[in-house]
Write a protein that binds this ligand. Structure first.
Ligand code: NDP
Length: 458
């Protein structure tokens, strides 16, 4: 008989926590999961899933317009924001109940409330203590906003998913994943959108051609990107907000959305107090086996601030459960993790950027920019950009980037090729599917002349 109440107590029922705990339960561990909010976490309840549903909703605006070039005439379509939000929320309720069922089916006890670690084997939830041989911290991340006068008037991405009405004028502050996604949603639905970024371009860390291509497409769609601009204050006026920005300019808005990054959600968990080492950003420091500096305490997902993506948290959760509860030691491989930004048009990427590849040694760039076939009839002025980065010495494809419709669907498949170490010659030997945009990835033959890119960008 174990001296603990459980073999595993997980704090946080998001993507990583649920995967780890339900696998552990399935392997026979006595497992519990503590959650203070809704089961599903950021991705399911206030992130990836609801955001993507709004992206689908927003995209219809262009689809109706594009249909005219294909012979369709229809009355002026009407849009009902509360209907979209209500339908989205119904789907989230369904998904939450699926998650709850998965936990039940794997004999995991759900403990509702806020968990706090009080010693290396004890978690306290609203005054009750539970003991466990292993504790897994999977508390995710939380939006952060700079401390400027009037910041209390700003909303975060979770609030943006549930606005009661569609705002007429939106200011989005930030140039990362979340900012460009919401700028795209609100613009497509007809709002006047200003995106304020402190840097000279959006999507820091992405390939420069991706950043340029997406910014150009967003601007064509009418998003007003204000570069090298800081917000100094936000003031509430009658029924709207006024932002004072760089250059002493004022910008008026009905909604001010801040998407200026996320931080690990570890405050008040009692981790430092029991000896868990934390980074200066408040993330749990873990080794390759997701183990913290305290032997019995582990962590996965955004609270460790490694690669902050849902599928990575899930893979880390699985690696933890396999290692601890299935006698199958595995670690997460962080090489070639693909990701997408559901902007309009979307971005998808896997592997190295041109700038990262250039640091490693000689490389070749293949790039293609074209008008998607659909827009030859729709008349829409939207271009697709595809780019491959190839190691000049080994011919291996090091990076693959796309800005354009269906990019995330296409690049997921190419991520398998990169994971397998595919060479450019193997890409070239692959027969395309015609007519698609994706076939461009296997038909790019001309290297970009060196003077047209990279350091010597012209
Ligand atoms: P990001 O870290 O991607 O971007 C933050 C943005 O805010 C940057 O443009 C940054 O500018 C700017 N910023 C930071 N601080 C300030 C400040 N004080 N004033 C003005 N601007 C500021 O954060 P997000 O919130 O967009 O996303 C968080 C994480 O969520 C991402 O890292 C990603 O891992 C995940 N995510 C993934 C998605 C997906 O896979 N599709 C979708 C949404 C989120 P600068 O460039 O100058 O630093």
């Amino acid at each position: 008989m174990s001296r603990y109440d459980y073999d595993l107590i997980t704090i946080g029922a998001g993507s990583g926590g649920v995967r780890a705990t339900r696998l552990a339960g399935g392997y026979g561990a006595r497992a519990a999961i503590v959650e203070e909010s809704r089961v599903g976490g950021t991705c399911v309840i206030r992130g990836c899933v609801p955001k993507k549903l709004l992206v689908y909703g927003a995209h219809f605006a262009e689809e109706f317009e594009d249909a005219a070039g294909f012979g369709w005439t229809a009355g002026r379509p009407a849009f009902d924001w509360p209907a979209l939000v209500a339908n989205k929320n119904r789907e989230l309720d369904r998904l939450e109940s699926v998650y709850q069922r998965i936990l039940r089916d794997n004999h995991v006890t759900l403990i509702e409330g806020r968990g706090r670690v009080t010693d290396p084997h004890t978690v306290e939830v609203d005054g009750t203590s539970y003991t466990a041989e292993h504790i897994l911290v999977a508390t995710g991340g939380w939006p952060t906003m700079p401390d400027i006068p009037g910041i209390e008037h700003a909303i975060d991405s979770a609030d943006a998913l549930d606005l009661p009405d569609l705002p007429g004028r939106v200011v989005v502050v930030g140039g990362g994943y979340i900012a460009v996604e919401f700028a795209g949603i609100f613009r497509a639905l007809g709002a006047q959108v200003t995106e304020i970024i402190r840097a000279s371009n959006i999507l820091r860390g992405f390939d420069e051609d991706v950043r340029d291509a997406l910014a150009a497409e967003m601007e064509k769609k009418g998003v007003d990107i204000r570069r090298e601009t800081q917000v100094h204050s936000i003031e509430k006026r009658d029924g709207h907000f006024s932002l004072r920005v760089t250059g002493d300019e004022e910008i008026d808005a009905d909604t001010v959305l801040y998407a200026t990054g996320r931080a690990p959600n570890t405050a008040g968990l009692g981790l430092s107090e029991v000896g868990v080492k934390m980074t200066n950003r408040g993330a749990v420091m873990v080794d390759d086996w997701n183990r913290s500096s305290v032997d019995s305490i582990y962590a996965v997902g955004d609270c460790t601030d490694r690669v902050n993506l849902t599928p990575v948290a899930i893979a880390e959760g699985r690696a933890f459960a396999e290692t601890r509860f299935n006698d199958n030691p595995i670690t997460m491989d962080y090489a070639n993790v693909p990701s997408a930004v559901f902007s309009q048009p979307p971005v998808a990427t896997v592997g190295l950027t041109e700038e990262q590849a250039r640091q490693r040694g000689p490389m070749d760039v293949y790039i293609s920019q074209f008008r998607p076939m659909k827009h030859t009839l729709s008349g829409r002025d939207e271009r697709t950009m595809m780019k491959l980065i190839v190691d000049a010495a080994t011919d291996r494809v090091l990076g693959c980037h796309m800005v354009g419709v269906d990019g995330p669907e296409i690049v997921q498949g190419l991520a398998i090729a990169l994971k397998c170490g595919a060479t450019k010659a193997q890409f070239d030997a692959t027969v395309g599917i015609h007519p698609t945009a994706a076939e461009e990835f296997v038909t790019m033959r001309e290297k970009r002349p060196e003077h047209e890119g990279g350091d010597g960008r012209s």
